[in-house]
Ligand binder design. Structure first.
Ligand SMILES: *Cc1c(COP(=O)(O)O)cnc(C)c1O
Length: 465
């Protein structure tokens, strides 16, 4: 293939330099033998193309953020147009049209009352801002509550990798070792129906996990600043859908107990679960809404933390009072990111977009039914266009494979050779394609995964295919 740009090193050189210099996220230097680096060169629609011209369906939306596919003419143009004006200027003491218009647009789209928009760069930074705003609000409200310095999240939660976000996280390898550095957080039991921590069954359980969380919140109301939750579905925890009604109950108890609710919609926002935001599913209005991944359609890093004018007004005061929010990032509200985010939202507002997503969701639901026949598929979980197929040694006994077997990685390695890119969470295979996929793309992903599981059940030789 000679489509590489002329000044780009050849593939062997790139692979060597990658091994010598790149420190990849969430990785150790020992690369799994079935997992040599795939070097992506370009893309067309929902397909990524490597240096050799091999095509791969982007089954995890380039890490949960792509919406309309790649190289979307309208999005490319939005960036080009903005480039011809200015690539970056600061929001510190100045402003620019793309950030202003985007803030207004997000306030229009968000649940009622979330009219203030604070920009940052990533999901973790959106969460970080919400945690700090919530805490500072407690100090500066008309009836200050300095004792409210604790957060509560769910077991298994993932809210990003900066220290504040790590503090409210609860995901083994990602969080445990940083114990001494973490901010104080309580964890409510995980509303995971497949492995119910309360040993109950739906629907007779009456969502007892919500009642248990509510009790914990009431007990610590005086110390709690905020509860942070991923509405609709816990993503990185392994695609764990929250039971319907769970979020509503948490909203009621937090309101009653004078505790903020932070909705981390970094993964679920922007139609991922079928509505613009997952909180809409239960008509819940949080005090803070954290957005990132899909905000720019998967083009550029940009994040937003939305809150109410009531919370915002607690930060008002003369400069010498020092009541402002002393927090921000150099590239906050970057004009290129804001411009492409606006174009992304415009595409979402087009007639037919929501209906297309609804159709994909039902196609995925139908296809997922087909996995029930496998003895090595323990659980199948879905919320909108986020799904997880959990591979197990034996569904009957609920026994998992040892983590050293790297089952998820092996299956995804095989899928990659068949031209479908997926990334597992442990032994849970994640299916999270771009919202612009076709129903055929969804079927293709699911059917390829079925072949992979069949081949795996036939002798576990996938790594050698
Ligand atoms: C990905 C994710 C984050 C972190 O976002 P980054 O952009 O990777 O920092 C936070 N919360 C949730 C729910 C996520 O899925």
């Amino acid at each position: 293939m000679s489509s590489n740009s002329p000044d780009q090193p050849d593939r062997a050189t790139l692979e060597r330099w990658d091994a010598d210099h790149l420190w990849h996220p969430f990785s150790s230097p020992t690369v799994h033998p079935t997992d040599p680096p795939l070097i992506i060169d370009r893309a067309e629609g929902c397909w990524l193309i490597d240096l050799d011209g091999n095509r791969y369906l982007d089954g995890t939306s380039s890490l949960w953020c792509n919406i309309h596919g790649h190289r979307v003419p309208e999005l490319d143009l939005a960036i080009r147009n903005q480039l011809s004006r200015v690539a970056h200027s600061t929001l510190l003491g100045a402003s620019h049209a793309p950030a202003i218009v985007l803030a207004r647009r997000l306030a229009e789209l968000a649940p009622a009352g979330l009219s203030r928009v604070f920009f940052s760069d990533d999901g973790a930074t959106a969460v970080e801002a919400a945690l700090k705003m919530s805490f500072q609000y407690q100090l500066q409200r008309d009836d200050p509550k300095p004792g409210k310095s604790l957060f509560l999240s769910l077991r298994g939660a993932y809210h990003g990798d900066t220290l504040g976000a790590v503090g409210v996280g609860d995901l083994g390898l990602f969080h445990d070792r940083f114990g001494p550095l973490r901010v104080a957080a309580l964890h409510a039991c995980q509303p995971a129906c497949y492995r119910c921590p309360l040993n109950l069954k739906r629907p007779t359980c009456g969502i007892a996990c919500a009642a248990e969380a509510a009790q914990l919140i009431r007990k610590h109301a005086d110390q709690l600043s905020a509860v942070i939750i991923e509405p609709g579905i816990q993503g990185a925890a392994g695609m764990i859908p929250l039971p319907d009604g769970y979020l509503t109950q948490i909203r009621e108890v937090t309101r009653h107990c004078d505790v903020h609710l932070i909705a981390d919609e970094v993964a679920t926002g922007f139609y991922r679960t079928g509505t613009m935001f997952a909180c809409e599913g239960e008509k819940v209005i949080p005090d803070f809404l954290c957005l990132a991944k899909g905000l720019t359609g998967g083009y550029l890093p940009l994040a937003a933390t939305l809150t109410s004018s009531e919370i915002h007004s607690a930060f008002a005061g003369r400069p010498e009072a020092g009541r402002g929010f002393y927090h921000g990032h150099t590239y906050t509200g970057n004009p290129l990111g804001a411009a492409v985010a606006l174009a992304n939202l415009e595409l979402m507002a087009r007639p037919g977009f929501a209906a297309h997503v609804a159709e994909l969701i039902s196609t995925l639901e139908q296809e997922l039914c087909g996995f029930q026949r496998f003895s090595t598929v323990g659980d199948i979980r879905q919320r909108g266009l986020m799904a997880g197929v959990e591979i197990m040694k034996d569904r009957g006994s609920g026994e998992s494979f040892p983590s050293s077997a790297c089952v998820g990685k092996i299956i995804c390695g095989w899928m990659r050779q068949k031209g479908v890119l997926l990334r597992p969470l442990g032994d849970t295979i994640v299916i999270m394609p771009p919202l612009a996929s076709s129903s055929d793309d969804i079927r293709h992903i699911c059917q390829t995964l079925m072949q992979a599981i069949l081949a795996f059940e036939d002798g576990g030789q996938l790594g050698k295919v």
